[in-house]
Design a protein around this ligand. Structure first.
Ligand code: NAI
Length: 337
C-alpha cells in the first residue's frame, strides 16, 4: 500500500487528480498540500468509502505532508491564459518547483516525484539540479508528466479515423508521443505505420501533428481566460500514476508495456544509447520507459530505428528547442542556489 502526497492539490488539476487517487485501491494514505483549501478538500474526500485515508496540510505543515511519502505528485503553479506559452509560466513556477523540491529532499528523500507543473521541459531540470546539489538525486525517481500528449494523440487519431471503424482502445498501440512537453518538442510517433500512411495518403498528417503539438491551446482558448487543461490532465496524471502504482504494488517486474515520460537520460540504463541514436547531447527527453517497483529501470531506444522520415524531421526540429528549455531550467537552478 502506498502513501501519496499531492502538492498543489486544490487547483484545477489537483482536485480531480486527488479524487482519482482516493479511488485507487493501491493508495493507503493520501495527503493533500496547497496554499489554500487542503484541509477542506481532504475532509470532503475522507467521506468517500474507499480504504485510503485523506488528510490536508497547510503551508506550516509541509513537513508532515511529505514525511514518508513514497510518491509525490506536483501540479502546483500557475496555468496558462490565452496568448501565453508554457514558457511564459517559467518565472513563477520555477521558484515554486525549486522550493517544493527542497522540501521533498528534506522530508521524503526516497519518494518518486512526478512533475505536472509547466513548463515541464525546464522544471524537471530544476528538480534534477536542486536534488543533485543536495546529494539526493535518483534518476529513476524523477519523471515529467507528458501523458496528456499521448492521450491526445490517441483521441485525435480516432477523431480522424472514426469511432465506428476503430475504438480508441484499439488505437492506443498505434501512436505514442516522445520529445518534450510544449509545441514543437511534442512528437507523435507511429508504432503502427498503417495509420501513418493513412493520414499521409489523405493529406491530414501535418494537421494531425499540429493538433497533437498544440492541442492544449484548444482548451486554453475554450476556457477563455480561466486556465488550461485540468480534467483531461487529471486523467492523464492519474493514468501515469496508476501505472507506477501498479508496478510498485506488484513488487515484481510488473507491467512491461513501456510508457513515455520526461527523464534524465544519462542516469538511466538505455539513456546514453538513446542519446547516441538521436545523435544529441540533450540530457532530458520523454521516451518510453520501463517501470519496476515504481521506478524507471530502463529507457527504450529501439523505436528510433523505426522512425519514418517525417518523424526524423520532427525530432531534428525538437532537439534544439528542448536544449534551450533545459538550459533555462538548469541556469535558474544554479543561479538561485
Ligand atoms: P491552478 O491555478 O488551478 O492550481 C494550481 C494550484 O497550485 C493552486 O491551488 C495553488 O494554490 C497551488 N499552489 C501555488 N503555489 C503553490 C505552492 N508553493 N505550494 C503548493 N501549492 C501551490 O492550476 P492548474 O490548472 O491546476 O495547473 C497547474 C499546473 O499544471 C500549471 O503549471 C499548468 O501549466 C500545468 N499543466 C500541466 C500539464 C501537463 O501536461 N504536464 C497539462 C495542463 C496543465
Amino acid at each position: 500500500m502506498v502513501s501519496v502526497t499531492v502538492l498543489g492539490s486544490s487547483g484545477g488539476i489537483g482536485q480531480p487528480l486527488s479524487l482519482l487517487l482516493k479511488l485507487d485501491p493501491h493508495v493507503s494514505s493520501l495527503r493533500l498540500y496547497d496554499l489554500k483549501l487542503s484541509h477542506g478538500n481532504a475532509t470532503d474526500l475522507s467521506h468517500i468509502d474507499t480504504n485510503s485515508t485523506s488528510e490536508g496540510f497547510n503551508t506550516a505543515e509541509i513537513g508532515q505532508a511529505l514525511k514518508g511519502a513514497q510518491l509525490v505528485i506536483i501540479p502546483a503553479g500557475i496555468p496558462r491564459k490565452p496568448g501565453m506559452s508554457r514558457d511564459d509560466l517559467f518565472k513563477i513556477n520555477a521558484k515554486i518547483i525549486k522550493s517544493l523540491t527542497v522540501q521533498i529532499a528534506e522530508h521524503a528523500p526516497d519518494a518518486r516525484i512526478l512533475v505536472i507543473s509547466n513548463p515541464v521541459n525546464s522544471l524537471v531540470p530544476i528538480v534534477y539540479e536542486t536534488l543533485q546539489s543536495m546529494g539526493k538525486f535518483q534518476a529513476g525517481k524523477v519523471m515529467g508528466i507528458t501523458t496528456l500528449d499521448i492521450i491526445r494523440s490517441h483521441t485525435f487519431l480516432v477523431d480522424i479515423i472514426g469511432r465506428k471503424a476503430y475504438s480508441v482502445e484499439k488505437l492506443k498501440d498505434a501512436v505514442t508521443v516522445v520529445g518534450g512537453h510544449s509545441g514543437e518538442t511534442i512528437i507523435p510517433i507511429f508504432t503502427d505505420q498503417k495509420f501513418y500512411r493513412r493520414l499521409r495518403d489523405s493529406n491530414v498528417y501535418e494537421s494531425y501533428v499540429h493538433r497533437v503539438q498544440f492541442g492544449g491551446d484548444e482548451v486554453v482558448k475554450a476556457k477563455d481566460g480561466s486556465g488550461s487543461a485540468t480534467l483531461s490532465m487529471a486523467w492523464a496524471g492519474y493514468t501515469f500514476a496508476k501505472k507506477l502504482l501498479n508496478s510498485l504494488h506488484l513488487n515484481t517486474a510488473g507491467d512491461q508495456h513501456p510508457i513515455p515520460t520526461f527523464v534524465y537520460l544519462p542516469g538511466l540504463p538505455g539513456g546514453k544509447e538513446l542519446q547516441k541514436k538521436l545523435n544529441t547531447s540533450v540530457e532530458f527527453f520523454s521516451a518510453p520507459v520501463k517501470l519496476e517497483k515504481g521506478i524507471v529501470v530502463a529507457v527504450e531506444h529501439e523505436w528510433v530505428d523505426k522512425l519514418n522520415d517525417d518523424e526524423k524531421k520532427l525530432i531534428a526540429k525538437c532537439l534544439p528547442i528542448l536544449e534551450k528549455n533545459i538550459k533555462k531550467g538548469l541556469a535558474f537552478s544554479k543561479q538561485t542556489k
